[in-house]
Ligand binder design. Structure first.
Ligand code: PEP
Ligand code: MG
Length: 324
């Protein structure tokens, strides 16, 4: 089977009825290893900037960050690279920036940290912008957004970063900006967010954790953590439909997008692209190539009728076996 999948890797991620579903890759380190995939993907759907920060001894400076980001942007140009601003806190701690809290996943995480430390965010934004000079494939993504004020504050800092560079004679285009949809509150604020940003990127890992109130890393409750819980799927389906009505492209960059059955559901719901870890690309591409968009839409309709996560899984397994 792996030989078959390997052979298919050069073929488009196109459904049997001719719809191209852009597959993107999630990156953090080792740009070389994944940039060889360039001809086969739609770009980088999620570059987790905290990953390189985790292996340094202090916050990398502006020059060092510019070098890191340039490597990503150049490695994939002209394809888009979605760079997420620092998403630390929760389970992602920097050794040189310890955060001690009783409830880290409900605490100081993602944009909450960087808006409290605008000096950190400004260095990062300026480095991203500097790195994008002449390439124009940078997109900026804001993690753990809970309300529109955070977005407005981040956008103001971005404008400031652009004008600061301008004062130094460095003229850069304003990148497209998106928000992660991963805090349930944002599901009910899509209209307000759509007025402010260019795209949505769904973090299904955190969205699942917060919708189900299940720690994504706690083995004791691991059985309860399921992105195919009917409530999560129905939230995702609504989100896809509403984003389409708002004419805001919505992609998914959580693990669900890298699961073949999950990917077919998301495609059927109408998400505009799917971003996953590189090792998941072959099986997702193969799944996409074996069904029609219409069949995937039908799979969504069928699946949304089940009340329990186990029933959803059973049904998906059955359908996936038929589509082998
Ligand atoms: C997510 O929450 O689904 C996501 C993609 O971000 P991370 O896994 O880095 O929190
Ligand atoms: Mg997340």
């Amino acid at each position: 089977l792996s030989e078959v999948l390997e052979h298919e890797q050069d073929l488009p991620s196109r459904t049997t009825d001719g719809h191209d579903i852009p597959l993107m890759v999630n990156t953090g380190l080792a740009v070389d290893a994944v940039s060889s995939l360039k001809a086969r993907i739609g770009g980088v759907g999620l570059y987790r900037t905290e990953v390189p920060f985790m292996i340094t001894e202090r916050f990398p400076g502006e020059q060092e960050q510019t070098r890191l980001y340039r490597e990503q942007l150049e490695g994939f140009a002209p394809l888009p690279v979605v760079m997420r601003t620092l998403d630390i806190g929760g389970d992602k701690d920097l050794p040189y920036f310890p955060i001690e809290e009783a409830n880290p996943f409900l605490g100081w995480r993602g944009i909450r940290v960087t808006l409290d430390h605008p000096e950190v965010l400004m260095v990062q934004l300026r480095a991203m912008l500097r790195a994008s000079q002449g390439l124009d494939n940078l997109q900026v993504l804001l993690p753990m957004v809970t309300n529109v004020d955070e977005v407005d504050d981040a956008l103001r800092l971005l404008e400031r970063a652009i004008s600061e560079l301008g004062e130094d004679g460095i003229v850069v285009a304003r990148p497209r900006v998106g928000v992660m949809i991963e805090v349930p509150a944002t599901l009910y604020q899509l209209g307000a967010l759509a007025k402010r940003v260019d795209f949505f990127s769904v973090g299904s890992n955190d969205l699942t954790q917060y919708l189900l109130a299940v720690d994504r890393n706690n083995p004791r409750v691991a059985e309860l953590y399921d992105a195919c819980h009917p409530a999560v799927l129905s939230a995702l389906a609504r989100l896809a439909a509403e984003s389409r009505d708002l004419q805001v492209p919505a992609s998914v960059c959580g693990e669900l997008a890298g699961d073949p059955a999950g990917a077919l559901l998301l495609m059927g719901m109408g998400f505009s692209s799917l971003s996953m870890n590189a090792p998941s690309l072959p099986k997702v591409r193969a799944a996409v190539r074996r069904v029609s968009l219409q069949a995937a839409q039908q799979l969504v309709d069928e699946t949304l009728k089940f009340d329990s996560p186990a029933a959803v899984r059973k049904h998906l397994d059955q359908r996936m076996a038929e589509w082998q």
